[in-house]
Design a protein. Structure first.
Length: 123
């Protein structure tokens, strides 16, 4: 099965500078199990909102780091040698080249910061 079909990842930037982004409304309006919305660009990075339930596939990014900040729910990040559990208002950075997988046992909302060159599904 093509993993990309399990996820809805929108790479189109939805908001420009000087526009208000209503995160609560976006979360409320999301109906898919795995929705990734590209909110805005900041310098050479993109800020994404992920509203997720279930698990992503194992992957890594060879050239970019990835930052996760939990808004609500519980985000589990599997690394090859340990499990990271992020609660609301906690963040974590995955360095480039580190194999990882994200999981959410129930609906979870996360802000993700990545370089614009990053391919969300991995290299």
């Amino acid at each position: 099965m093509n993993n990309n079909k399990k996820y809805s990842i929108d790479l189109e930037i939805k908001y420009q500078p000087l526009e208000i982004i209503d995160i609560s409304k976006l979360i409320e309006d999301t109906t898919k199990k795995w929705q990734n919305i590209s909110l805005c660009n900041v310098n050479e990075s993109v800020i994404r909102l992920a509203v997720i339930e279930g698990e992503f596939h194992w992957h890594k990014h060879e050239k970019e780091d990835e930052f996760f900040f939990v808004i609500d729910g519980l985000l589990l990040i599997d690394l090859e040698d340990k499990l990271i559990e992020l609660m609301p208002k906690q963040g974590f950075t995955i360095p480039r080249g580190v194999m990882h997988r994200t999981r959410a046992p129930s609906r979870t909302s996360v802000l993700v910061v990545e370089k614009t060159s990053l391919i969300p599904t991995g290299d």
